[in-house]
Design a protein around this ligand. Structure first.
Ligand SMILES: C[S@@+](CC[C@H](N)C(=O)[O-])C[C@H]1O[C@@H](n2cnc3c(N)ncnc32)[C@H](O)[C@@H]1O
Length: 269
C-alpha cells in the first residue's frame, strides 16, 4: 500500500489502539489503574459483589481489559474470566501478571465493538474506563447485549473526564502549585507531553467528546434494550483507599469528579 493510501486508512480507532499500546509500559505505575493495597482491592470486590454477586463459576467477559486489573478482581470473586483488548502490549502485560499470580484467565486480542464472541454466552460483561473512549457506543452496547445470556448482567465503571467542576479545578490548581513549590507529593506522570496531547486530541473526537455522563450512558443502554439499569455514584470507599497514593489536593480533585458504576441486565427470555 502506498504511504498516502496507508495514511488515509489510518483512522481514529487505529490512533486509540496506538495510544494505548504506547501507554502499556507505564500503565500499571499509576494509582487508579493498578491496585496498591489490599484495602483498595477489598473495596473493588465490594463494588463488584454489590452489583454482580459472587462469581460462583459464572462466565465474565472483561472488555478493554488493559493489563488485567479488573479481570483479576473478577477472578478473585470466582468468575471464569476472558479478557479482551485490542492493544497487544496491554495483553502481554495482562498475561504475564496472570502467569506470575497463577491465575487462569484467558486474554485475547479483539475489538469491544465487535467481539467475535458467540451469542448468549456470558453471565457478565464488565468494563472499566472503556465507554468514554468508544467511537460507536450504540454499536458496542448492541454487541454486549448480544453476547450476554438472557438475564446476564453488564457492569460499567467509568467517568466524565471532560467536564470539571469548580471544586475540582480549585483542588487541581492547589495541587499543581504545591508540587511546583516542592511541598506536595508529585503525581505519577501519565506519559510525555506529546502523549498527553494525543490523549486530548483523541478525547475531542470520540462519541462522548463532551464527557460520558452516567445519565447519557444509561439512556443509550435503555435504547439498546438493556433493562433494570442502576447508576451507582458511591465509589467513595474506592476513592478513599486510593487517596493514600496521592497528595491531598489530587485526592480531593479526584473525589470531585463525576465517576460512577452502571449495572444493567439483558432481559430474560
Ligand atoms: C484506560 S484503559 C483501561 C484498562 C482496564 N479496563 C483498566 O481499567 O485497568 C483503556 C483500555 O481500553 C482498550 N480499548 C479501547 N477501546 C477498545 C476497543 N474498542 N476494543 C478493545 N479494547 C479497547 C485500550 O487498548 C486500553 O487497554
Amino acid at each position: 500500500m502506498s504511504d498516502v493510501a496507508e495514511q488515509r486508512n489510518y483512522n481514529l480507532r487505529d490512533e486509540i489502539k496506538a495510544y494505548w499500546s504506547e501507554r502499556a509500559a507505564t500503565f500499571d505505575l499509576s494509582p487508579g489503574h493498578e491496585i496498591f493495597s489490599e484495602e483498595e482491592r477489598a473495596a473493588w470486590h465490594r463494588l463488584i459483589r454489590r452489583h454482580l454477586g459472587e462469581g460462583a463459576g459464572r462466565t465474565a467477559l472483561d472488555l478493554a481489559s488493559g493489563t488485567g486489573v479488573v479481570s483479576q478482581l473478577l477472578d478473585d470473586l470466582g468468575f471464569r474470566v476472558t479478557g479482551l483488548d485490542w492493544a497487544e502490549p496491554m495483553l502481554e502485560r495482562a498475561r504475564n501478571k496472570a502467569r506470575e499470580r497463577r491465575r487462569k484467565i484467558s486474554f485475547r486480542l479483539g475489538d469491544a465493538e465487535n467481539t467475535m464472541e458467540p451469542d448468549d454466552h456470558y453471565d457478565a460483561v464488565v468494563n472499566r474506563h472503556l465507554v468514554w473512549t468508544l467511537v460507536d457506543p450504540a454499536a458496542a452496547f448492541a454487541e454486549w447485549l448480544r453476547v450476554l445470556k438472557p438475564g446476564g448482567m453488564l457492569l460499567i465503571v467509568d467517568g466524565d473526564f471532560v467536564n470539571t467542576n469548580a471544586l475540582e479545578r480549585l483542588f487541581s490548581k492547589l495541587g499543581a502549585w504545591g508540587q511546583r513549590a516542592g511541598l506536595l507529593k508529585a503525581d505519577t506522570p501519565s506519559g510525555s507531553r506529546e502523549m498527553m496531547e494525543t490523549h486530548r486530541s483523541i478525547l475531542s473526537r470520540v462519541h462522548f467528546s463532551r464527557g460520558a455522563r452516567a445519565e447519557d450512558v444509561a439512556d443509550l443502554l435503555r435504547k439498546t434494550g438493556f433493562v433494570d439499569i442502576q447508576i451507582d455514584t458511591d465509589l467513595n470507599e474506592i476513592h478513599r483507599t486510593q487517596a493514600k497514593n496521592w497528595n491531598v489536593f489530587k485526592a480531593l480533585a479526584r473525589k470531585s469528579q463525576h465517576r460512577y458504576a452502571i449495572r444493567a441486565s439483558k432481559p430474560s427470555n
